[in-house]
Design a protein around this ligand. Structure first.
Ligand code: 5GP
Length: 185
């Protein structure tokens, strides 16, 4: 059996990676496996442990780093996020295309280790659109919103490090473009 691909879906916070991913996951022909990350962030209302993330304490996260359990990890606006390593390899060996939804520093770290990874950067039609999205989520206090927006501006400047850049002007259209990229690469 052919080994599955390693696909990185990245883009600034609030761009709609989760929504696009949900559309992609419904397409069984893509044989996607979503890699659930570990984070020290508190769950948002509706988030379930083991589904959106594995929610862990800072101590637990540090133990996972020390034990070499993470393929990559990064700090993002005061919290840590990382990709559990074992599952990624296991699933690829089973022919699944593993999808990582991670920020830019984690991406650079994966790209330096896995030269066969396919990287895709999702961008908003404009920074105003992004700000509206982050605000409409209404889950974060103003200072965190500001930090996420600043981070978004920095991340937007790193899009040329990716193999493909896709504009999230319409969820279905963006997902279709990404599906095509996955099939053709
Ligand atoms: P959020 O708090 O909005 O869920 O995630 C914040 C940022 O961390 C997003 O850009 C998200 O894609 C990224 N992220 C989620 N999981 C991981 C991970 O395992 N590693 C890295 N490097 N970034 C992650």
């Amino acid at each position: 059996m052919e080994k599955g691909k390693l696909i990185i879906l990245s883009g600034p916070s609030g761009v709609g990676k989760g929504t696009v991913r949900a559309v992609l996951m419904k397409d069984e022909s893509l044989k996607l496996f979503y890699s659930v990350s570990m984070t020290t962030r508190q769950p948002r209302p509706g988030e379930v442990d083991g589904r959106e993330y594995y929610f862990v304490t800072p101590e637990e996260f540090q133990r996972n780093i020390d034990n070499g359990n993470l393929l990559e990890w990064a700090e993002f606006v005061g919290n840590r996020y990382g990709t559990p390593k074992d599952k990624v390899e296991q699933m690829r060996e089973q022919g699944k295309n593993v999808l990582l939804e991670i920020e830019v520093n984690g991406t650079l770290s994966v790209l330096s280790k896995c030269h066969d990874a396919l990287s895709i950067f999702l961008i908003p039609p404009s920074l105003e659109a992004l700000e509206n999205r982050i605000r409409s989520r209404r889950t974060e206090p103003e200072d965190i919103v500001q930090q996420r927006l600043n981070k978004a501006r920095i991340e937007m400047g790193m899009q040329d490090r990716y193999d493909h850049v896709v504009v999230n002007d319409d969820v279905e259209r963006a997902a279709a473009e990404i599906a095509k990229i996955i099939r053709e690469n």
